[in-house]
Write a protein that binds this ligand. Structure first.
Ligand SMILES: Cc1cc2nc3c(=O)[nH]c(=O)nc-3n(C[C@H](O)[C@H](O)[C@H](O)COP(=O)(O)OP(=O)(O)OC[C@H]3O[C@@H](n4cnc5c(N)ncnc54)[C@H](O)[C@@H]3O)c2cc1C
Length: 368
């Protein structure tokens, strides 16, 4: 029922704008409005904080169905989970009440600030600094590649509180867009997910109350990594969605397109491609849903499974969307058809929340 409801909404209210959002590289406001109106913009927020209380699998299905028509729009529910999960996992009751309620209502989106210009895969090498000043912390530094920067009201920011301790000297904070000293860089000009704003976030002597720290001092990096164990599954969901969208489109196209006097779907070479695409999508779906169940239960092998799902599903998304372009021939290569956008959008799922090389490092360190 959830899938049917999200699919109908996505097709009616999000899909019609997906091409324009990409072409104009603009924020998908129509998608945000539709998601908020239907309580689907941050479904993971627990009911006690005014949220829909969706479990990890239901959240995956929402993201998957939105990504099937527009990957940029699927970053709204996905990054709301990414940004706020540190608060849910490690925040005080006061922080949860203060920030989850407006997120659930749609009054403010949440972003996640881990990466920096010089610290991507090696996130623990970050330089953003937080220094204690009485009842406050003062933040200085630059975060890079921050999804929904400028649009979001709230930012989970990882910063160094003790430079001697490397990852154990990193703490997490909630910073608000309106805090004095917060500003944003120009939107990045990207290959795909062009509707999702990606900007630098600057912290220039940003003074925030000490109770905005998420969890204890020095636990920020652990919280950031624990968050990714859960949210990599949402990237797998995006990958799965875009692969399904490209497959569905290509499957319809090959039945219409005629060459050599018959639909190209009649050629075994085409049928074998579609069979392989469907097989890979289904394998990615099973791995992703199993990982979502592990996320919900907090199973001990979640780290391996989340990385495996993200890595596998994103590789499948790249293969399937590339094959979808191939199945449409020259038409697939043009912006008159959606599959080239899907192929460009799929690429990011192999890169963010840890590149697929990093996922392999994570899996190798956590072999079953
Ligand atoms: C559109 C977009 C949105 C993003 N959104 C966010 C966000 O909201 N919040 C956030 O914090 N970050 C975000 N990111 C950042 C993203 O997570 C990083 O780009 C990613 O982790 C890779 O870091 P990097 O770009 O510095 O690449 P690098 O770390 O410089 O990696 C370059 C290459 O080296 C490889 N590599 C690095 N180390 C190793 C190793 N040990 N072994 C093998 N290969 C290695 C990588 O896999 C990659 O192929 C976003 C990025 C993009 C492009």
């Amino acid at each position: 029922m959830l899938r049917d409801a999200v699919r109908s909404l996505a097709e009616a209210k999000i899909a019609p704008y997906a091409a324009a959002v990409d072409e104009e590289a603009r924020f998908p406001q129509e998608a945000l409005d539709a998601l908020v109106a239907n309580d689907l913009h941050a479904v993971h927020v627990p009911e006690e904080y005014g949220g829909a209380g969706a479990d990890a699998l239901a959240t995956v299905i929402v993201i998957e169905e939105v990504a099937r028509v527009c990957v940029s729009s699927s970053l709204i529910p996905a990054v709301n989970k990414l940004g706020s999960l540190p608060v849910i996992l490690s925040g005080s009751e006061d922080l949860k009440k203060k920030y989850l309620a407006p997120l659930a209502k749609g009054d403010g989106l949440f972003s996640y600030c881990l990466s920096e210009p010089e610290a991507g895969s090696d996130a623990a090498g970050m330089r953003t600094r937080a220094v204690r000043d009485g009842d406050h912390w003062i933040l200085n530094g630059v975060k890079r590649w921050i999804t929904n920067a400028g649009v979001s009201e709230y930012y989970t920011v990882m910063a160094v509180t003790d430079p001697e301790k490397r990852s154990k000297g990193i703490s997490a904070f909630v910073v608000e867009k309106s805090d004095a000293g917060v500003s944003f860089g120009a939107p990045e000009k990207k290959l795909g997910v062009k509707g999702s704003p990606t900007r630098e976030v600057y912290f220039d002597n940003v003074r925030i109350p000490a109770d905005r720290m998420i969890g204890a001092e020095g636990t920020g990096f652990a919280t950031a990594m624990k968050t990714l164990d859960h949210t990599r599954i949402t990237i797998a969901a995006q990958a799965l969605g875009v692969a399904q969208g490209a497959f569905d489109y290509a499957k319809g196209y090959v039945q219409e397109r005629k060459q050599f006097g018959k639909p190209i779907a009649d050629f075994q070479g085409i049928q074998f491609m579609l069979a392989d695409m469907a097989m890979k999508i289904e394998a990615a779906r099973q791995l992703t849903y199993a990982a979502a169940a592990k996320s919900e239960r907090g199973d001990s092998d979640l780290t391996f499974q989340g990385a495996a799902a993200k890595c596998f599903a994103s590789d499948v998304a790249m293969e399937v969307t590339t094959d979808a372009v191939q199945l449409l021939g020259g038409y697939g290569y043009t912006r008159d058809y959606p599959v080239e956008r899907m192929m460009r959008d799929a690429k990011i799922t192999q890169i963010y929340e840890g590149t697929n090389q990093v996922q392999r490092i994570v899996m190798a360190r956590n072999l079953p």
